[in-house]
Design a protein around this ligand. Structure first.
Ligand SMILES: [Cu+2]
Length: 187
């Protein structure tokens, strides 16, 4: 005995398993096909821009990553400051070319301000001791996400001497707006 075919109008459909109303599989009208094709091509274009920008956008993305603990990165910062701080307690380090620099966030300050030399390549390690912080170099289109447990290293070669404000762009609590330091690029 053949099973009875139940046909329901859309108003009677309760689940996706209910048979759809007749005509559901009619070919798509011409104008809708045109729009589908256009949207498909458009999303393909956006996808291509997104990925190709990685190569042609000249953006200084993090290139190094390693696992750390808040305690171990704190030790690295202290050793770095002990060696290169301009004056004890100033938190400002004059970084010789070739030496790794640190920009580690903690509620609510940065480990250090950095004095760099124009035209030299540096690796700046950024990380966090507690929650997520985003060091952002103002007006330079650089923003990074500092995550506790990881240190990310960016290789940068500052070209234009000047003072660059660095602040936190990830809301991290009551003192968030006070998280600012600077990178000074000397000629
Ligand atoms: Cu922060």
């Amino acid at each position: 005995m053949a099973a009875e075919t139940i046909i329901r109008t859309p108003e009677q459909q309760w689940t996706a398993l209910d048979p759809p109303a007749p005509g559901w599989d009619a070919p798509m009208p011409y104008d809708k096909r045109w729009w589908m094709g256009f949207l498909f091509a458009w999303s393909g274009l956006l996808l291509a821009i997104t990925f190709s920008w990685f190569f042609v956008g000249k953006q200084n993305v993090p290139t190094l990553k390693r696992e750390v603990t808040p305690a171990s990165i704190q030790q690295e910062v202290e050793a770095f400051l002990a060696k290169y701080e301009t004056e004890p307690g100033s938190g400002i380090a004059r970084v010789p070319p070739g030496v790794d620099a640190y920009l580690v966030g903690e509620m609510w300050n940065w480990s250090s301000g950095l004095i760099l030399k124009a035209g030299q390549e540096y690796t700046i390690w950024y990380s966090s001791l507690d929650v997520m912080h985003n060091p952002i170099i103002a007006d330079q289109r650089y923003t990074f996400t500092a995550i506790p447990g990881y240190a990310y290293g960016i290789r940068i070669t500052p070209t234009t001497p000047g003072e660059y404000l660095v602040y936190c762009s990830e809301y991290c609590g009551l003192g968030h707006q006070d998280m600012a330091t600077k990178i000074v690029v000397e000629p």
